[in-house]
Design a protein around this ligand. Structure first.
Ligand code: UD1
Length: 376
């Protein structure tokens, strides 16, 4: 009997969790050929940032948890590398598969390549061309080290070619995060999150904000806050808050603007209302029913495109330009006037409706595993 191919799949932070299910499910269809191992680095560790996604998406318990936790970029990255190296030496995998652009992605791809273990990068080739974003560094380094670069769109293929990556390593497979979205959309519609927020049948804006460039700078965060206050005079703004952002709101003394909504309350007609982060199904339901979504996240730009909900991205650039050229996304930077203008436009006239990008069809995981089976 031929030896089984052992693949270590790495997840670490929230945006990884919704990208792994379709890949794992496909791998498990080939028990005679593949032996997948799931490693969680523990970069995100709160229940609401991690465990709830495993439950909602029925991801199996990780086989190994490195429990790295928070720290500076160097601490987090180096800590993962030290622990992951030991795992590689004992597990001796044939491939390490990493996702997206978080610190765990970088740490594990560097460690694997130094031990000559081939690396597959899912969601390769995205570029914001902004090296002040830690994610951009993570993308560039991971891509240059990877042996299999699985991409979501043609512009990612172009970026990789321009950087001199061999065509033979680039595979345009579609979007694994959208595999998960399409699979869970019906279930998400049955979530009772709108009832819990007393938002049934009522219009609202949904916002997420956590980029260091937006929330760590007092000046920029205050500017965004002024824009939100204006929009929140017209319609309630629901703000599931990332732990980093929550700390900053307290540090900047902005609790009067960002009030806390607790379940059981009736949602007022105006104001910005903080909630805990939601699980996958609740959050998908909240996007699906929002009048407009304001965000600085990467993944939400793609989810709104597929759900055809207008998205206003509070950043100067995006590594996902296809969500603008084809989807529902507009980029407004952090300028108060532009945020308000686009917000009002989306509320009054309805925003862009767009179309769904090529191969964002629910089959990316299937394509990835097929390619790995043919090549490993
Ligand atoms: C990380 C990713 C970012 C992604 C985001 C989504 C990197 C470089 N960034 O940023 O691309 O968009 O996740 O959430 O990998 N914290 C907790 N509990 C947790 C996790 C974090 O309290 O479970 C707090 C800690 O104070 C921590 C801070 O949030 O220091 C930031 O966490 P970290 O993992 O460093 O980066 P994110 O900002 O979450």
């Amino acid at each position: 009997m031929p030896m089984k191919i052992k693949i270590i799949n790495v997840v670490g932070a929230r945006p990884n969790f919704m990208k792994i299910p379709s890949i794992m499910e496909e791998m498990e269809k080939h028990p005679d050929r593949l032996e997948p191992v799931l490693v969680h680095t523990g970069q995100h560790y709160d229940k609401s940032m991690s465990k709830v996604f495993f439950e909602d998406l029925q991801i199996p318990e990780p086989d190994i948890n490195l429990e790295i936790g928070s720290g500076s970029h160097a601490e987090q990255t180096a800590g993962i590398m030290l622990k992951f190296e030991k795992i590689l030496l004992t597990e001796k995998p044939d491939l390490v598969l990493v996702l997206g652009d978080v610190n765990s992605t970088l740490a594990c791809s560097v460690t694997a390549s130094k031990l000559s273990v081939p690396v597959a990068h899912v969601e390769a080739g995205l570029r914001s061309f902004d090296r002040t974003m830690p994610e951009e560094i993570n993308r560039i380094v991971t891509d240059v080290l990877s042996d299999y670069l699985f991409t979501t769109c043609e512009d990612a293929n172009e970026n990789l070619r321009r950087e001199g990556i061999s065509e033979k390593k680039i595979f345009f497979v579609g979007n694994v995060m959208i595999d998960t979205l399409l699979k869970h959309r019906a279930k998400a519609r049955r979530s009772n999150v709108l009832e819990r927020l007393s938002l049934n049948g009522r219009p609202y804006i949904l916002i997420t904000l956590h980029r260091p460039s937006n929330v760590d700078s007092r000046e920029i965060f205050f500017e965004i806050t002024e824009a939100l206050k204006y929009l929140a005079e017209k319609i309630p703004v629901i703000f599931p808050v990332h732990p980093r952002t929550k700390k900053q709101i307290l540090g900047f003394g902005l609790e009067d603007t960002y009030r806390t909504f607790s379940e059981g309350m009736k949602m007022p007609d105006k104001g910005v209302w903080l909630t805990e982060p939601f699980g996958y199904l609740d959050f998908l339901n909240l996007i699906d029913n929002a009048k407009v979504v304001l965000t600085d996240s990467g993944g939400i730009q793609e989810e709104t495109t597929v759900l055809r909900v207008p998205c206003i991205t509070i950043r100067d650039n995006t590594e996902r330009p296809i969500t603008i050229t084809e989807g529902t996304n507009v980029l407004v930077g952090t300028d108060i006037k532009r945020i308000i203008d686009e917000g009002i436009k989306a509320l009054n006239i309805s925003g862009k409706s767009g179309r769904i990008p090529k191969l964002w069809d629910g089959k990316a995981g299937e394509r990835i595993v097929k390619i790995l089976l043919e090549n490993l």
